[in-house]
Ligand binder design. Sequence first.
Ligand code: TXA
Ligand code: MG
Length: 339
Amino acid sequence: MKTEQLRGTEIERAALILKTGGLVGIPTETVYGLGANGLNPRAVEDIFRAKGRPQDNPLILHIPDPSWLEWYCEDVPDTARKLAKRFWPGPLTMILRRKRIVPDVVTAGLDTVGMRCPDHSICRAVIRAAGVPVAAPSGNTSGRPSPTSMADMLEDMDGKIDAILDGGDCQVGVESSIIDVTANPPRLLRPGGVPLEELRAVLGEVELDPAILRPMGEGEKPRAPGMKYRHYAPKAPVTVVKGSPARSAQYILDHIDHSYWEGVICFDEFADWYPGHPVERLGGAVDCWENARRLFHALRAMDEAGVKRIWAQSPGTAGMGLAVVNRLDKAAGFHIVEV
Ligand code: TXA
Ligand code: MG
């Protein structure tokens, strides 16, 4: 299949492909998504095929306007309305009870569905023009880092999807925060573009799902099925080094093997500490928003450089840091050194 590369103005063309059951790469403010008509089970099945995604991992539905929520969800609680009012459009996905109209293949048979209204004008224009909710996981091959540009998505999906719509580089760079509002208190299943502190400011208590900060043990089941899979991972093994930026940079310098092709993902302040090694910058050590924007591309760039091992510095868990830490820890399979 030839993948059409559409300019951001070719909204009608992208909408037509969605309406007729095709797959379209769509930009959002978080990461690029692999979209299909969320009410067409056959089109949704094609998403799983293109990504190589396990069938038991549900998809989220994207809507262009908060008012669409009622069409697909039942018993929408007050907490959900409050969150939608404050954060939509924006990088927040809410888990709600689904209506029957949502096909089983979207929710992997669960009686809940993830709903998101993205803050990206091209994305919302396409969904509105298609007139259907768009089911879309991140546009990477299953297991790889999510794509934050059209080029990164084409790397995985060229020839596997009908079209991709160019919306520029993603402004957030990590996926949406996922909050289960059917739980009491509400539970954060995945940290993302809306920091936990901001969710707590609106809701008071929000629980953290244990899968966010540690690997799941044998027989343990994370609430977001996707959290159990190896994810965000480049080909080379990753070691995350945690501690103050100066200490972690020094630890990497002391342990990197100069006779071996090892890469470093580090804060800008330390970018010239590792001559002879491929280096990807995460932005400044105190700028976790910039760290989020650059992380996935940095992981992909390490694959491109063909390194045999990756060392990575890590921010703290405050604010957007929590999402960055979660993605890095998972990319490393929780191979972490504390210094
Ligand atoms: O920012 C994002 O959320 C991006 C863009 C494209 O919108 N999408 C995205 O989708 O990250 P995906 O499929 O890569 O990640 C969605 C996660 C998965 O871990 C999945 O298991 C979980 O959400 N999920 C989906 N529906 C769920 C449900 N009903 N209950 C619990 N977890 C759910
Ligand atoms: Mg994903």
